[in-house]
Design a protein around this ligand. Structure first.
Ligand code: C5P
Length: 286
């Protein structure tokens, strides 16, 4: 085997409760997170004479190709722990928008860990990968685990939830991104508000809320018109994804997601719209 290709799925927070602040400034979360089929990035890892990171695809603009990219840092962290990883060429095709709250960089880091283990036959189990992943970023463990999960701590505790999928998911992303640290800072400055806006995707389902939504909409008030535009076009109540800037609507199934996505694309050409389903994997090995 000379190359391995994997698909890195975006993650969507269906509910995000901020339940405390740690002495180090990180926030304690109690969240329900699910992997989605779209958007997703594709990563190919192959043996090479020297390390190389190539980034292409519709969302490649502005993505660094140096050591600061989380994909490169994922390789570095393996080597920092004396794991023998030979030089690799990584080709990352980006579809997950940056700064959307969909865990794009974290999904890429998770993909590198999984692909490097598969290509190089590394003697690492899933717990080892999650341990390295948590050092790379708060969302990497949840992207590694995939499926429907209960995420707590700063993101390092991930427990599987009973799989209630696949249900449809429509994600709409404006042309601007959000800074996650700025949104958490705003949440602190606002006195740690609980969101009062609850969304109930189905009559029988639970009410969902994202406590970062009031903070994100304070940092960037333009988010409010994005939310109201989506609601007006679809008749659905969107929920902010993570710290934004994407909003998501949960719908019945893939066909429903496709029709809502088509309606939204026509009504709101300024939004990048994805219609897909919840998936039960974070990184799919091709
Ligand atoms: O862990 P990660 O580098 O992805 O986090 C980015 C930033 O988001 C942190 O520096 C912190 O400001 C904020 N954050 C937080 N609490 C979390 C996750 C992230 O305050 N649970």
């Amino acid at each position: 085997m000379n190359a391995v290709t994997v698909v890195a799925h975006a993650k969507l927070t269906l509910a995000l409760h901020v339940v405390g602040v740690r002495p180090d400034g990180y926030h304690e979360l109690d969240a329900i997170v699910v992997s989605v089929s779209a958007p997703s990035d594709t990563l190919t890892v192959e043996y090479a004479a020297q390390d190389q990171l190539v980034v292409d695809g519709p969302m490649a603009a502005g993505v660094p190709t140096d050591h600061t990219n989380l994909a490169a840092r994922a390789l570095a962290i393996l080597r920092d722990h004396a794991i023998d990883v030979p030089p690799l060429r990584m080709t990352l095709t980006k579809e997950i928008p940056h700064g959307a709250g969909l865990g794009g960089g974290s999904a890429d880091a998770a993909a590198v860990l999984v692909a490097a283990r598969a290509l190089c036959g590394l003697d690492l189990d899933d717990n080892d990968l999650a341990h390295f992943g948590a050092q790379l970023g708060s969302d990497v463990p949840v992207c590694l685990h995939g499926g429907m999960t209960h995420m707590t701590g700063r993101g390092e505790h991930v427990e599987p939830l009973p799989w209630s999928g696949p249900f449809g998911v429509v994600i709409a992303v404006p042309s601007f991104g959000m800074s996650t640290p700025a949104v958490y800072r705003a949440w602190d400055e606002l006195g740690g508000p609980q969101s009062t806006r609850e969304v109930r995707p189905s009559a029988t389902g639970p009410a969902l809320r994202n406590d970062l939504e009031p903070a994100a909409e304070t940092v960037t008030p333009a988010l409010i018109s994005v939310r109201t535009d989506i609601a007006a076009a679809t008749g659905l109540e969107p929920l902010l994804a993570g710290s934004g800037s994407a909003y998501a609507c949960v719908v019945d199934d893939a066909a429903h997601a496709r029709s809502v996505a088509a309606t939204l694309t026509e009504a709101c050409p300024h939004l990048r719209v994805f219609g897909g389903v919840a998936t039960n994997v974070g990184v799919s090995l091709g």
